[in-house]
Structure formats: structure tokens, C-alpha cells
Design a protein around this ligand. Structure first.
Ligand code: HEM
Length: 288
């Protein structure tokens, strides 16, 4: 078959699968933004993309795209090296415009693959796969909870930043190269496509980086109750800093005096915090 027998056909397969993966990565990065702006809506999306038949078909299709893209990449690289024979090791003066990324697409792809394995272990295996296996504890549709768990570990953000950098180099080169493989190789459009590819990839990667930063801060947050209230509730934490404070306040309001002995402020009858033990005595008297 032409798509497997000819080198042009194989390049076209790389281009088509690459284009689909660019669209997936863009969609995924937009979806992650929902997790920041509207966590409840994100969990609803995760529920819809769980072990439902249409989501399983989409995941299988996506996996197939990744597998074909990787296998063809290895195939084309081996073929190119065979064609060049020992010249590969000869000292050749490379034209300046041959970018670093274009010569390291396979290595960059391997770094992204390593990131992906870690990523799927952290998320897919605990969500869609867990649901398929009938494992419902913790709730496999609670994407916010799994994000919180993953980004609590400092290794996650380091591994993700490395993955995103590799993705930037891989995607900026892959973007225009897929048009070239599809035969769209003209002097006017190639520079334009390179600019579009650089912008597109940079926006996606900067969004991913920003998301990783926000998720890391949220997962390891200090006591900033207003910011993390909604996130805490969805991440299903039983004793977060906010809930502790809420519990304390609830107790104090119920029994206005005297919590000071236990190191907490006490409340006057109007519900004002007096803070001092001496006042506590007074409050007690006032109340009586
Ligand atoms: C901050 C960065 C990222 C976060 C927080 C994140 C989060 C998630 C979460 C929660 C899931 C499971 C739920 C879902 O299907 O949406 C997931 C699945 C997935 N992610 Fe990511 N992701 C990130 C970056 C990436 C990148 C850069 C790639 C690819 C290069 C990627 C590839 C995938 C794949 C292939 C799946 C499985 C999709 C499926 O089940 O069909 N992710 N990610």
C-alpha cells in the first residue's frame, strides 16, 4: 500500500496523525483551563469522559493515533539512517536553517512519551481505567481530586515542565513540517506557517505551564481560605486549612464562651471575637 510502501506515504501518515494530536493537545489544554476557572464544570466533563462508550471509542482512537505516530517516526528515522549509511557519523557542515528540533525529533518524542507514561499513570489509570475495572473509591470522575493528589508531589511539576519544553520544540517543528509533507511547500506560505506554528505552540505550552503552576500552588497552598475553599471542597479533603477554621468558628459561635483556655478566641454575645481571656470572663458574666 502507498501509505506504507513509499517514504512520501509514510510522511503523510506522520503529518495526518501529527495534525490530530496537535488538535487533541490544544483541546486538552483548553479543558484544563476549565479546571482552574470552574472546577465543578471540570468534574462534570470528567464524568462525561469516563467509561462511557463514546469516551472509550475516543480514547481508543487517540491511543491508535499515538501508536501509529510513534511507530512511523521510528520507521522513518531508521530508514533515513540506513539511506545515509556511515555519512551520519561524518563531520558535515549543516546548513544554518536546519533547526536543532528537526534533528532531534525522535529524542524529543521519546521525552514526551516518558512524560505521557507518567501522566497516564497519574490520571487515566485512576480515572477511566479505574471506572472500567469497577473501582469507584475515590470517585474516578473527580478530576480535581486527582489533580490535587498529583501536584502535591514536587516531582510532578518538574517532570511536567521538562515534558512541556520537549513538547514546544517537537510541536513547533512538527507544525510546519506536516504541511511540507502534505505537499504544501511554497516560498510564501512556509514562513507564514512557521510563524503560525510558533504562536500556536507557544500559547498552548504557556497555558500548560501556567496550569501546572496554579495546580501546584493550589495543591500545596498555605492558609488562603477564600481562594481555596471551592477547590478544597471538590478535592474532597476532610481537614483542609479552611475547613479547620470553619469548624473552629462554628464551635465558637455555638458556645460563645469560653474557648480562650484552649487557645482560641472567644466570642461575645453579639458574635464579636474578643480574643483575650480576661474578656472571656466578662463575656461570661455578660451572658449570664
Ligand atoms: C498541566 C498539564 C496537564 C494536566 C493537569 C492534565 C490533566 C489530565 C487529566 C485530569 C486527564 C484525565 C481526564 C481527561 O481525560 O481529561 C488527562 C488525560 C490525558 N492527558 Fe493530560 N494533562 C496535562 C497535560 C497533558 C499533555 C501535555 C499531554 C500530551 C502531550 C496530555 C495527554 C493526555 C492524554 C493522552 C490523556 C488520556 C486521554 C483519554 O483518556 O482519552 N496531557 N490529563
Amino acid at each position: 500500500m502507498w501509505l506504507t510502501n513509499s517514504s512520501l506515504g509514510r510522511k503523510l501518515v506522520m503529518a495526518i496523525t501529527g495534525a490530530c494530536l496537535v488538535l487533541f493537545v490544544t483541546f486538552h489544554c483548553l479543558m484544563n483551563s476549565v479546571a482552574i476557572l470552574w472546577p465543578e464544570a471540570y468534574n462534570t466533563i470528567c464524568f462525561l469522559l469516563g467509561a462511557n462508550w463514546y469516551a472509550l471509542v475516543a480514547s481508543a482512537g487517540l491511543a491508535l493515533l499515538f501508536v501509529i505516530h510513534i511507530l512511523y517516526a521510528v520507521w522513518l528515522t531508521v530508514q533515513n539512517r540506513k539511506a545515509r549509511g556511515n555519512d551520519r557519523y561524518a563531520v558535515t557542515s549543516k546548513p544554518k536553517q536546519v533547526e536543532w528540533a528537526s534533528q532531534n525529533m525522535l529524542v524529543l518524542g521519546i521525552v514526551i512519551l516518558a512524560f505521557l507514561v507518567l501522566h497516564l499513570v497519574q490520571f487515566w489509570s485512576k480515572m477511566q481505567l479505574a471506572e472500567l475495572m469497577g473501582n469507584h473509591e475515590p470517585d474516578p470522575a473527580n478530576g480535581i481530586y486527582f489533580i490535587d493528589q498529583a501536584f502535591k508531589c514536587p516531582v510532578t511539576v518538574v517532570a511536567y515542565v521538562i515534558g512541556f519544553i520537549a513538547l514546544w520544540f517537537h510541536m513547533t517543528h512538527g507544525f510546519w513540517s506536516m504541511f511540507q509533507s502534505a505537499g504544501w511547500d511554497n516560498g510564501i506560505w512556509m514562513p507564514r506557517l512557521k510563524t503560525i506554528g510558533n504562536w500556536w505552540t507557544s500559547i498552548v505550552v504557556v497555558l500548560f505551564l501556567a496550569q501546572a503552576a496554579v495546580f501546584t500552588i493550589r495543591a500545596n497552598r498555605a492558609c488562603d481560605c477564600e481562594v481555596s475553599k471551592e477547590w478544597n471542597a471538590l478535592a474532597g479533603e476532610t481537614v483542609s486549612c479552611c475547613s479547620v477554621i470553619e469548624v473552629i468558628e462554628a464551635e465558637v459561635v455555638e458556645t460563645p464562651c469560653c474557648k480562650a483556655a484552649e487557645g482560641e478566641c472567644c466570642k461575645a454575645a453579639e458574635g464579636e471575637c474578643q480574643g483575650e481571656c480576661a474578656n472571656c470572663e466578662n463575656n461570661q458574666n455578660n451572658q449570664d
